[in-house]
Ligand binder design. Structure first.
Ligand code: FES
Ligand SMILES: [Fe+2]
Length: 417
């Protein structure tokens, strides 16, 4: 008989000894999560049910649905959803399940919609999910009336919120507010006027690695090996005399940050050329605030900061070894359609995606990272991959994430559905 994932516990997957080693305070002695946590389909179902259901997760960007009537289907934690923009120009997230006999209502991306129409028997819903029509319900041509209270048979809304263009959902509906959930990130980036920035490019692709490997990539130790042609000098990453990194690794609650410190050389930062720097909010003192260049809002959102561009991404698990990545690039207002500056905007995108702008090209930051994650995933077919360790200098954030994960999986919010 199939195991009931809702009654399973972390102990079913990780031994007390493994957890003890993961929580070992001395990073030199600590050991990372074993391979099965990245490959086992039961654990994948467990973390989908516990984590992706109970907490805030990113599903895309407000720019995915720029106009009223734009809608995309998306599946998160095995739950089919619709992300759309309603008649009030608000972002809506709805369960993509018809309330008659449970059929997917929206099959593919669409724009200019006035309503959603179920492909099976033609029930019609408004862009806010409200049930509008149930054609021929009693067999007569005029029986467009609703058979049931429309309120009880509407497409079910999902709790959602937008933060700096990123659309988050909380499937259980019982998590703390999004503002509280990512308050440390808001404090870090709150001086920047990210809302005013305009989308200039989006990309989505599937890669063959577990979603956790993305969050574990939030370190700079890999830079000179993985990002050749982009970050080539170890002396840009660390003071080679003292072993002091030029980036502070910061982890608070649900947020990870890589924050350049005073050791970081100006030459290690990309030249913005003629492009304006990211806009600041008025009345903020620029001398008091550091800006981290790479951020993660656990479990599945990253928010990378160039000097010009804001490049958030969401990572949606599809299978233990498959993840959907969606990334968007936002630039300061006023330069999007400036032909003269377009080559410099292109240069920014090429830094991330490579000159051919294909994620498989392995010549941009993101393509290079994802190739390495695929190599890590392949290695996890081996039992040798049960024995992994962390550098005290570089990888405190990686261990922090692994501990965050097991803590979340261990204790379920008692109010969660
Ligand atoms: S299942 Fe949607 S109208 Fe019948
Ligand atoms: Fe990287």
């Amino acid at each position: 008989m199939k195991k009931d994932i809702t009654t399973m516990h972390l102990d079913d997957f990780l031994s007390p000894e493994t957890l003890r080693k993961l929580r070992e305070p001395d990073l030199d002695l600590a050991k990372g999560l074993p391979a099965s946590i990245y490959t086992d389909s039961e654990f994948f179902a467990f973390e989908n049910e516990r984590l992706f259901h109970d907490t805030w997760v990113g599903i895309g960007f407000d720019s995915d649905v720029p106009n009223t009537g734009d809608a995309i289907p998306i599946e998160v934690g095995g739950t089919p959803l619709i992300l759309c923009r309603d008649n009030n120009s608000c972002i809506q997230v709805l369960h993509n399940v018809c309330r008659h006999r449970a059929t997917i209502v929206l099959e593919s991306q669409a724009s200019g919609l006035k309503t959603f129409k179920c492909p099976y028997h033609g029930w019609v819903y408004g862009l806010d999910g409200g049930l509008l029509a149930t054609p021929f319900w009693d067999g007569t041509a005029s029986s467009n009336k609703c058979p049931v209270n429309p309120g009880s048979a509407s497409l079910i809304p999902v709790r959602s919120a937008v933060w700096n263009h990123i659309v988050f959902i909380n499937l259980s509906g019982s998590a703390q507010s999004l503002g509280e959930y990512l308050s440390e990130m808001q404090e870090e980036l709150g001086h920047l006027d990210l809302d005013s920035m305009e989308v200039v490019h989006t990309e989505s692709w599937i890669f063959d690695a577990n979603w956790k490997l993305v969050m574990e990539n939030w370190e700079v130790y890999h830079h000179v090996w993985v990002h050749q042609g982009i970050f080539d000098l170890m002396s840009d990453e660390v003071d080679l005399e003292t072993g002091e990194p030029c980036t502070d690794m910061v982890a608070y609650n649900n947020c990870l940050m890589l924050r350049p410190n005073a050791l970081r050389k100006e030459s290690a930062r990309p030249d913005p050329g003629r492009l304006p720097l990211m806009p600041w909010k008025p009345n903020v003192s620029k001398t008091q605030i550091f800006t981290s260049i790479a951020n993660a809002i656990l479990p599945n959102v990253t928010a990378s900061m160039g000097r010009v561009e804001f490049a958030p991404a969401v990572y949606i698990p599809i299978a233990p070894d498959k993840t959907l990545a969606k990334m968007a690039w936002f630039i300061p207002p006023g330069i999007k359609n400036n032909r003269e500056l377009q080559p410099e905007v292109d240069k920014i995108l090429e830094r991330w995606l490579g000159p051919d702008r294909t994620i498989t090209g392995r010549r941009g930051i993101r393509a290079q990272d994802h190739h390495c994650m695929e190599l890590q995933q392949k290695a996890r077919r081996s039992s040798v991959a049960n024995d992994v360790r962390f550098s005290k200098t570089w990888e405190a954030n990686v261990r922090y994430f692994q501990n965050w994960l097991v803590d979340k999986l261990e204790t379920r919010d008692p109010t969660a559905n």
